[in-house]
Write a protein that binds this ligand. Structure first.
Ligand SMILES: [Zn+2]
Length: 337
């Protein structure tokens, strides 16, 4: 990585070459093979640290590599800020609603994802000054009523962030910002075509701001949802909240372990969550007496986690210990699918 503005994008190597000046790190889609090829390519020339420095916090040799000079977010907890962009009270899809905003903010709480044995997997990552805490917490949000229109692009996302800071959202180089868009908003670099979400960083107001774009996946359920009715769905086929939560999980763990796209990824450019993209491990089916909604029970929705007063269907994360593998909790068994 030589340019501070580098982002990583895209699934195909030949396109990657064409687009090498404009990188971002994306969650690939679940079908069509896009998630079988690197979707988080990093620039050539990044140096792989061959061994942990004496006394350092970095552990190597578990299928993912720390790159010299890279940093992680060590906040305890890491603050999570949300920009609800578009119409989140009465948008065109039923999931463009307060049910989704409430569920996502509950999910990101310190007594939910932020304190879970799942998020603890992130503690296996660090840099030469310390490790990831494994804790995060939803801290603040703003609602943005289409300040940049319904057609967003990579270059307009920093404008959306600046608008949010002007509206009172704290500007915090140690946090992660989620730009969550209602289903009528597009992102021209490939939302619903080549990715479900991505994370990157940019200098805004002299601070290095880490952020992710994640759209309402009810815009493209076949590509970005593992099931159209999730365990928390308020009605059949209103799966946007559960689907976005899966993408949020992916992007937040990557934004913490590879915030500037220069710390943790493997030889193919895959970050920790990419290595387990749309892999869930063993699941349980919603049934009477579970924490699922009646729609989830009626649709026999699947879940694989239970915390924060809900059940959830979220992909596994790559654990950087014990040789490396995808698991549902720190120290738990590894699963290949
Ligand atoms: Zn990713």
């Amino acid at each position: 990585m030589t340019s501070p503005s580098k982002k990583v994008r895209l699934a195909f190597v030949f396109l990657f070459v064409l687009l090498a000046v404009n990188f971002l790190a994306a969650q690939g889609m679940r079908e069509g093979g896009l998630d079988r090829v690197p979707d988080g390519q990093h620039g050539p020339g990044a140096g792989v640290m061959p061994a942990a420095p004496s006394g350092g916090a970095v552990v190597q040799g578990n299928g993912i590599n720390y790159h010299t000079g890279g940093t992680v977010l060590q906040g305890n907890p890491v603050p999570i800020y949300i920009i609800w962009y578009g119409n989140w009270t009465n948008g065109p899809k039923p999931s463009d609603s307060a049910v989704t905003t409430s569920l996502v903010e509950t999910f990101l709480g310190s007594n939910a994802l932020g304190g879970s044995s799942y998020e603890a997997i992130n503690t296996t990552y660090g840099d030469t000054t310390g490790n990831v805490s494994g804790h995060l917490n939803f801290t603040a949000h703003v609602f943005d009523n289409y300040s940049s229109g319904t057609k967003l692009a990579d270059r307009t996302l920093p404008t959306v962030l600046s608008h949010a800071f002007s509206a009172g959202l704290p500007s915090d180089a140690n946090g992660v910002y989620l730009i969550l868009t209602s289903s009528d908003v597009s992102e021209s670099s490939g939302f619903c075509r080549t990715y479900c979400g991505f994370h990157t960083h940019a200098t805004i107001g002299s601070k290095d701001i880490k952020y992710a774009f994640i759209g309402n996946v009810d815009k493209c359920p076949s590509g970005c949802e593992i099931q159209s009715t999730g365990p928390n769905s308020p009605a059949a086929a209103v799966g946007g909240a559960d689907g976005m939560i899966n993408t949020i999980t992916h992007e937040t763990e990557e934004a913490i372990t590879d915030p500037d796209l220069n710390a943790w990824f493997d030889a193919s450019g895959n970050e920790d969550a990419d290595k387990c993209n749309f892999k869930f491990g063993p699941t349980t089916t919603c049934a009477a007496g579970s924490l699922c909604t009646s729609a989830g029970i009626g649709s026999a929705a699947k879940f694989n986690q239970s915390f924060g007063g809900h059940v959830w269907m979220i992909q596994m994360e790559w654990e950087n210990s014990r040789g490396g593998g995808c698991d549902q909790t720190l120290g738990g068994p590894f699963f290949t699918n």
